[in-house]
Write a protein that binds this ligand. Structure first.
Ligand code: NDP
Ligand code: 2IT
Length: 452
């Protein structure tokens, strides 16, 4: 029987090896550390998990595709971007995960997102493996026609790697309903197939699931509410700070407001807005979804209750709840210290890995309920899997049915994380609970399916 500390030493050696084998991929190293630093209790308790090669296989993607994406801008100039698809693990089902279009995208970023996705998808309890993709293309300031040409070129290579039973992409930063439309159109044209289940996040009239746009934000608020219930509180009357102003942030604010909380902020890469009356969602949607504007326009048009703080940290705003919903490493140690000083009770990650490891540690030490992204934001991919189910059956469910399923899935993820943490001696630690529960499901499937 190996002890926990012997197991941790083995995992630490593996982490060192991961850093050597994957140089210059700090985000992937960070994600691997976060998971492997919590697995010792389960690996020590269940000898089959210590089998040589199991965790080594888990940290090595099954397949990584990198490709050229040439396209012409509106002036006729040829531009060249880089496209990625990392098919990380298919033990539980077809690779599943979003596409991110943002200038910061590189292989390490896609690998961190794909690695997280394995455990997140396992936690949903549904039959989906883990993958992620994207490009360093920057959609900001690009015309509709340019975005279409880019998406068509991207899919002209991607189509050969994906399929409803193989790999099913969806949206992420910079990829929403418009981009999924252009991508789907090109896939359909090249393959001459109506294969609805090859992409999720489609439009409601052509195979998209109701509630998919809302699912990540709604799900995160349900997860935060479940964590608050554990502390004997609900969301009614709580003040919330939300970062970002994209898909996840908007529907986070919508659900918070519906459950009686007061969401007072949103942000983008130019700065943040604080609105003491609570964010006016109609105005925010108009500016962000219709006009593709910046958040300072919100403050200008909202009147006296709102102000725009250029370049500031949204975490300076005092609140009971914090829901980071923009990007990785946006909430650091200083921000965590400020939130704690201001009496924050719960932090729930709408974005993927938005909280730095040092900040997570501080929050947990201070007794703040902390919901890691792979559990808290799993509602989006869960409803993507429900979209696949509807596509497969050539049917569509009502919004009420999808919302009910989403609520059940989020409750079940919360319970699983909570109980698993307790079982492995870390009560209240959702990071450990999520990592171990996700790992157990994937590892069991990998062991059953042999060395592949
Ligand atoms: P959107 O593109 O709709 O919105 C992203 C928002 O975050 C924008 O307000 C954007 O501001 C801001 N942002 C992005 N990158 C940065 C950056 N480097 N610095 C500052 N602000 C930034 O993306 P989503 O809302 O879909 O995604 C947000 C997060 O949620 C991501 O971490 C994503 O991985 C995660 N997520 C998304 C899911 C989904 O279903 N869409 C599911 C689960 C997680 P600006 O416009 O100025 O760049
Ligand atoms: O990070 C994520 O879970 C997503 N961007 C959603 C993935 C999906 O396949 O719906």
């Amino acid at each position: 029987m190996t002890t926990r500390s012997e197991t941790q030493t083995t995992l630490d050696h593996l982490l060192t090896e991961i850093e050597h084998r994957n140089p210059a991929q700090p985000e992937f190293h960070q994600a691997a550390h976060e998971v492997l630093e919590t697995l010792a209790p389960v690996v020590a308790a269940r000898p089959e998990y210590a089998e040589p090669g199991l965790i080594e296989r888990l940290v090595e993607p099954e397949r990584q595709v990198i490709f050229r994406v040439p396209w012409q801008d509106d002036q006729g100039r040829v531009r060249v971007n880089r496209g990625f698809r990392v098919e990380f693990n298919s033990a539980l089902g077809p690779y599943k995960g979003g596409l991110r279009f943002h200038p910061s995208v590189n292989l390490g970023v896609i690998k961190f997102l794909g690695f997280e996705q394995i455990f997140k998808n396992a936690l949903t309890g549904l039959g989906i493996g883990g993958g992620k993709g994207g490009s360093d293309f920057d959609p900001h300031g690009r015309s509709d026609a340019e975005v279409m040409r880019f998406c068509q070129s991207f899919m002209t290579e991607l189509y050969r790697h994906i399929g409803e039973h193989t790999d099913v992409p969806a949206g992420d930063i910079g990829v929403g309903g418009r981009e999924i439309g252009y991508l789907f159109g090109q896939y359909r044209r090249i393959t001459n197939r109506w294969e609805a289940g090859v992409l999720t996040g489609k439009g409601r009239g052509w195979g998209g699931s109701l509630i998919r746009p809302e699912a990540t934000g709604y799900g995160n608020v349900l997860f935060a509410a479940a964590m608050m219930r554990e502390r004997g509180e609900d969301l009614e009357g709580q003040t919330a700070v939300v970062s970002g102003s994209g898909n996840v942030a908007i529907y986070t604010i919508e659900k918070l407001t519906a459950l009686g909380a007061n969401a007072v902020t949103c942000s983008d890469s130019s700065g943040y807005v604080v609105d003491e009356k609570g964010i006016d969602l109609d105005l925010l949607k108009q500016i962000k979804e219709v006009e593709c504007g910046r958040v300072d326009a919100y403050a200008e048009r909202r009147g006296a209750s709102a102000r725009f703080v250029p370049g500031g940290s949204v975490w300076d705003v005092p609140a009971d709840l914090a829901l980071p919903s923009a990007t990785q490493n946006e909430l650091d140690e200083n921000a965590a210290a400020t939130l704690i000083r201001n009496g924050v009770k719960a932090v729930s990650e709408g974005a993927n890995m938005p909280t730095t490891p040092e900040a997570v540690h501080l929050l947990q030490q201070a007794g703040v309920a902390f919901g890691p992204g792979k559990a808290a934001n799993a509602g989006g991919v869960a409803v993507s899997a429900l979209e696949m189910a509807q596509n497969h059956a050539r049917t569509s469910w009502t919004a009420a049915r999808v919302e009910e399923e989403l609520a059940d899935i989020m409750t079940s993820i919360h319970t699983t994380c909570h109980e698993t943490a307790e079982r492995y001696g870390a009560p209240g630690d959702y990071v450990t609970g999520a990592n171990i529960a996700g790992f157990e499901r994937v590892a069991d499937a990998m062991l059953a399916q042999g060395v592949i």
